[in-house]
Design a protein around this ligand. Structure first.
Ligand SMILES: [Zn+2]
Length: 368
């Protein structure tokens, strides 16, 4: 979105107000729970907003549906905490990389003139990437720390997801994710890391040194911070682009994909590995594989970590206990097949998943 100066001011007010209401609601919920042992519902919070507006008059300028959208977000954060065992909801900070607010309804999209209407803000010039058909649901407006504005619109197109395509060993691919390569497939293809972070690291370090020399609170320091945020943004863009292209081609070319569940958090604790791991961003890649499989009717098979995928001969099943991390190639003492360590692991990841799939195919679950 390309808001005018006035609109920008209003958008920023909405961002601030929704963050304020979210934090107020979180604090309110915690306090009520500590004092009474009871939880307070979103509907009760929404009633309280009306009272809150009497002391915080500036909230009256804000679309009240957006304020209620903030309590809905808070509700969702608690649902994730209880049901999916995700972390306890955090207070939102002004310093977060992306700030956003919801517009649940009463917004309009004008494809002919490339404009979007937001209540209390007006028609904003917007680059609309594609036309959609369906029922408009919540729109989310956001601003990045590089000063860019975006809007994403949730559309219900009433279409259901395609049925899952049948697969067998031939049409299934195993992926081994390692640090030497981004991933290695059971077909023997090795995909290199884009390592965008490394490429930009030198630049980033230089700019960060400059930042440390700027006076706190000065204009120049703010300018320098923006410069650094832009480098980070560029890194994220390169990484996302790479992951989107790779995940799409893998999902389209295969009927099922088998991967090992990575213990990324555990790996991040290992400091040497952590830089490379957060750099390549497997978690984001697996997310993309997961939803693209849903879109295209493909199956994602996830193996647990307990399988010694690199130490077992994919040809005869021999367990090579002597295999160390630096052994990139090895010959199976039993069947004498020569293995590339990572390709062998990828083949095992495919085959273990296939075997388990056969055992439990009647249940139809895909996660072991
Ligand atoms: Zn063997």
């Amino acid at each position: 979105m390309y808001p005018t100066k006035n609109q920008e001011e209003m958008v920023n007010k909405h961002l601030g107000a929704c963050r304020y209401v979210y934090n107020w609601g979180l604090e309110y919920k915690i306090r009520t729970y500590n004092e009474t042992g009871k939880s307070i519902s979103r509907f009760d919070l929404n009633k309280e907003i009306t009272i809150l507006k009497q002391s915080e008059v500036w909230l009256k300028e804000i679309n009240s549906q957006s304020l209620q959208g903030a309590t809905l977000n808070l509700d969702n954060a608690f649902t994730k905490f209880f049901r999916e065992k995700k972390g306890f909801p955090h207070f939102k900070s002004k310093k977060n990389r992306v700030q956003s607010f919801n517009v649940p309804q009463n917004y309009k999209v004008d494809f002919n003139n490339n404009k979007i209407y937001l209540p209390k803000i007006g028609w904003i010039k917007t680059k609309l990437h594609r036309q959609f058909k369906g029922i408009q649901q919540t729109a989310t407006s956001s601003m990045t720390n590089t000063g860019k504005y975006y809007i994403s619109i949730l559309i219900d197109d009433k279409k259901s997801l395609p049925e899952k395509v049948k697969f067998n060993q031939k049409t299934t691919i195993g992926l081994d994710m390692g640090l030497t390569h981004f991933l290695i497939t059971s077909n023997g293809v090795k995909v290199n890391n884009p390592r965008p972070f490394k490429q930009q690291l030198k630049r980033l370090k230089r700019e960060q040194r400059k930042l440390s020399r700027k006076q706190k609170g000065s204009n120049n320091r703010e300018k320098q911070k923006l410069k650094i945020s832009r480098i980070h943004e560029r890194i994220r863009n390169i990484r996302n682009d790479f992951q989107h292209k790779l995940s799409k081609s893998i999902v389209c070319e295969n009927q099922a994909i088998s991967i090992e569940k990575l213990n990324i958090k555990g790996m991040l604790r290992n400091h040497n590995l952590s830089q490379s791991i957060s750099d390549v961003g497997w978690a984001g890649f697996i997310d993309k594989l997961e939803y693209k499989c849903e879109w295209y009717g493909k199956t994602l098979l996830k193996l647990g970590q307990f399988e010694p995928s690199s130490k077992i001969c994919s040809n005869c099943g021999y367990h090579n206990c002597n295999l160390k991390l630096h052994h990139r190639e090895w010959i199976c003492p039993k069947c004498e097949k020569k293995h590339d360590r990572d390709v062998n692991a990828a083949v095992n990841i495919r085959d273990f998943a296939m075997n388990k799939q056969n055992l439990i195919s009647t249940v139809g679950t895909t996660e072991f």
